[in-house]
Write a protein that binds this ligand. Structure first.
Ligand code: ADP
Ligand code: CDP
Length: 206
């Protein structure tokens, strides 16, 4: 079985996916980490993030590996773990430019489709483009202010600055962020994290 959990930035996708995956005893797959890792490598190499050809050549020369686990995903470049550096403000600011490159999207999609099911996959286009055949699809939303307040514990900036960055990223990501027509939309604003996880679990096919 494949379950997809898509949604806007900081809507709870990875926390909810992890909780659902644990309850099902399967891994979850964080597609955003591959876009973040591609961005980090591009920044480290001093590449123009708009330049698909050089970025893709760099990614092919330095292959990345996503390790999907139920508790949290890790990204490796050979023996080097990149995970800790993927949630910085610098990567947040560049990742949507990289994610708009069709060649990079194809590179990410191929890696995701090679993973063995069952799993819970989270991102923007898991239920639409990458796993349209998924047995259950969800789409998480919440107001920008609530999302910024939640993320404030994970970033050095204040809530208004985080909110502005989230709104900017939502706008840049809007093409790949349309909900699947068959996704269940959940407003996580009034719910606790466990409340969202239970809502998802209650709607899974038996
Ligand atoms: P995303 O993967 O969509 O960016 P995260 O899972 O990283 O979102 O969640 C962002 C933050 O919000 C985390 O600190 C997480 O613990 C918290 N969070 C997620 N869902 C809820 C919720 N329903 N209620 C309160 N906090 C939440
Ligand atoms: O957790 P958060 O929503 O902040 O970010 P993420 O899921 O790690 O995604 C980071 C970025 O990767 C997004 O802002 C998108 O630009 C891109 N992304 C995407 O385009 N498609 C996906 N399936 C997942 C992420």
């Amino acid at each position: 079985m494949i379950v997809t959990i898509d949604g806007v930035a900081a809507s709870g996708k990875s926390s909810v996916s992890s909780g659902v995956a644990r309850a099902l005893g399967v891994p979850y797959v964080s597609s955003g980490l591959l876009y973040r890792a591609a961005t980090l490598l591009g920044l480290e190499a001093g590449l123009d993030l708009h330049g698909a050809a050089k970025l893709l050549a760099h990614l092919q020369a330095h292959p990345l590996r996503l390790e999907p686990l139920a508790g949290g995903n890790r990204v490796w470049q050979g023996e080097r773990e990149l995970t800790g550096g993927l949630h910085s403000t610098r990567v947040d600011a560049g990742v949507s430019v990289v994610a708009a490159l069709p060649d990079v999207r194809g590179w990410v999609d191929a890696q995701l489709r090679a993973l063995p099911a069952p799993f819970v996959a989270e991102g923007r286009d898991m239920g639409t483009t990458v796993f349209p055949q998924a047995q259950a699809k969800f789409y998480l939303t919440a107001s920008p202010r609530i999302r910024a307040q939640r993320r404030a514990s994970e970033r050095p900036e204040d809530v208004p600055a985080i909110e502005a960055a989230l709104v900017r990223r939502d706008l840049l990501d809007r093409v790949q962020s349309a909900p699947a027509p068959d996704a269940v939309v959940i407003d996580t604003g009034p719910l606790t994290l466990d409340g969202v996880i239970q809502t998802v679990l209650a709607q899974l096919p038996q």
